[in-house]
Design a protein around this ligand. Structure first.
Ligand SMILES: [Zn+2]
Length: 553
């Protein structure tokens, strides 16, 4: 080889080495590419890919540039599917929902056999291990053809290894099985004051009356038992992850409950991110107003939940004019004005938010005015009205003037629409569930479900907000469509605006550089699909801080 040829070869070799070192990729933990990524950033841009490092979004862009710049052992080909920020429910009852999952609902069962069937399906759905308790509530033999107390025989046959405790609808009697009798050391012939351990033909029937129920009640698993709690919350969060929820705002907890959630999160047993509104209780104010807000990577104790009035269905909501279907009846406030003023004046001088349940137009007016007295004018305290259900025409402007955040639940509109007109009459109904009007006032709105009052599905929220119909596709044309939100507004309400409602918009709620890598992949694209397909949308996978917490089978 000639000298000059060798020299050229050498140059080429050096050039190729420096070229490869030039494109050496940055190592990250996870890359998603080939998606239709709704970033929900300020311009609502749609991207294709992102890179994740240490649980945060490192860069968002098109697939070519992200794949060209980064490499990761773990990659997701989204195959063109829609990707959204993890969904947030701005108003729910996560703790109560989890506790509800630990019991079998026997209310309304038409026979003893139906009770047994419900217990069987509960047991198979929850994959009970031997020794695990089954607790049910609400049976009533007066609803059955054979109006006699049931007997433990069927329970013993089907559940020899699981203790069972089923309390009657009034709580004054319970049926237990053999396993529970053993654990409670209840013997035939046992007597006690103020209670009966029922016997028939010298055999314990399993029926315990009044004080006798207490013998078993005291050995039931309870919220003081951390293994029991952990099981309940894991099941609850799994159901939520399967629906794409990555943050839930739990409205109305006591300090002890907050501490339980905190320790489960710290132990890695609870991955759901939670925002907590504290109950309007003296002990909560005493502790938290001194201690201040509480924030960890997954928990944010940031506000107090007050109650103005009750609900519209039970006519507890407080109205300015009498109920249309109950002459002379206005409903009522749950506390007197001095209570709201004194509590709000404490909160306004603290870092906490005030969030108040208000349903009726009178309840809403009273709270809007009480807020205004403290807030005095434009502000960024983000005090919220939960539900903001019935608003008098002249009161909408308070939301705008005092930057009061409407925190609403679109499925309440489609659940209540069947009878809300009876309670309110035609005229007042126009100011009810007026989400668009509320959004126009404050400029943004937080969406939630209020589960377990409603179903946990955020897709039902989206459908009810945008299409204003229920799952039965009623009513044709939608309910009061002038107050429908656009798909973009609804998605913002379930992500970035929900986060903003808890002062968390800098860390979550959109797919943007620097934020927590909370995102979901769905099989249908709710931003573009036919309205009929919205409710059929399935979550394919859910990620929190870049960790996969759910994947559809
Ligand atoms: Zn609620």
């Amino acid at each position: 080889m000639k000298k000059s040829a060798a020299f050229i070869l050498l140059i080429l070799l050096v050039a190729s080495i420096s070229f490869t070192s030039c494109v050496r990729k940055t190592r990250v933990d996870l890359i998603l590419y080939n998606g239709k990524v709704y970033t929900v950033d300020s311009s609502f841009s749609v991207q294709q890919a992102f890179a994740i490092k240490d649980g945060k979004l490192l860069e968002v862009g098109d697939s070519k540039s992200i794949l060209g710049k980064y490499e990761a052992a773990d990659t997701i080909d989204a195959k063109g599917n829609a990707v959204y920020p993890g969904l947030m429910d701005a108003h729910a009852h996560f703790y109560a929902y989890a506790m509800g999952l630990t019991e079998v609902d026997l209310v309304g069962a038409n026979s003893w056999q139906e009770c047994v069937d419900r217990i069987k399906s509960y047991a198979s759905a929850h994959k009970l291990s031997p020794g695990q308790w089954i607790v049910g509530r609400g049976w009533d033999q007066n609803d059955w053809e054979k109006k006699e107390f049931p007997d433990r025989e069927l329970l013993d046959k089907d559940f020899p290894n699981n203790p069972i405790y089923l309390s009657r609808v009034d709580g004054h009697a319970a049926l237990v099985n053999q396993k529970a009798l053993e654990l409670a050391s209840i013997k035939p012939g046992q007597t006690l004051t103020g209670g009966v351990v029922e016997m028939k033909n010298n055999r314990l029937t399993g029926i315990l009356v009044d004080n006798a129920t207490g013998i078993v009640e005291q050995i039931l698993p309870s919220s003081n038992d951390s293994a029991f709690l952990s099981r309940a919350f894991q099941e609850a969060q799994q159901n939520c992850f399967a629906q794409g929820l990555t943050t839930i705002e739990d409205c109305g907890l006591m300090k002890q409950q907050v501490d339980q959630l905190d320790s489960l999160q710290k132990a890695g047993l609870l991955k759901m991110k939670l925002v907590v509104l504290l109950s309007d209780a003296k002990s909560n104010y005493e502790y938290y107003l001194k201690a201040g807000t509480y924030k960890t990577p997954r928990l944010n104790v940031n506000g107090f939940k007050l109650y103005a009035d009750g609900a519209l269905g039970s006519r507890g909501a407080c109205l300015l004019q009498p109920y249309s279907d109950k002459p002379g009846w206005y409903g009522f406030l749950l506390s007197n004005l001095t209570h709201y003023d004194s509590v709000l004046s404490l909160i306004v001088n603290s870092p906490f938010q005030a969030c108040t349940h208000a349903i009726g137009d009178s309840g809403n007016r009273m709270i809007l005015q009480a807020y205004a007295r403290q807030l005095k004018g434009p502000n960024d305290r983000r005090w919220r009205i939960e539900h903001a259900q019935v608003i008098n025409e002249s009161d909408f402007e308070w939301f705008g003037k005092y930057n009061i955040v409407p925190s609403v639940q679109p499925t309440h509109a489609t659940s209540d629409m069947y009878w809300a007109g009876d309670r309110l009459g035609k005229e007042r109904l126009k100011g009810a569930y007026a989400f668009k009007k509320l959004l126009d006032e404050n400029g943004w709105i937080a969406l939630g479900t209020d589960f377990p009052v409603e179903d946990i599905s955020p897709f039902k929220t989206f459908f009810a907000a945008v299409i204003r119909k229920d799952a039965k596709n009623f009513p044709e044309g939608g309910f009061q469509m002038e107050n429908a939100l656009t798909r973009m507004q609804a998605l913002r309400g379930m992500t970035i605006w929900a986060a903003k409602g808890a002062f968390e918009e800098k860390e979550k709620g959109s797919i943007e550089k620097g934020k927590d890598a909370d995102f979901i992949i769905t099989d249908k694209n709710i931003m573009e699909c036919d309205p009929q397909q919205i409710l059929q949308t399935k979550v394919k996978a859910t990620y929190i801080n870049g960790e996969k917490v759910f994947e559809a089978k």
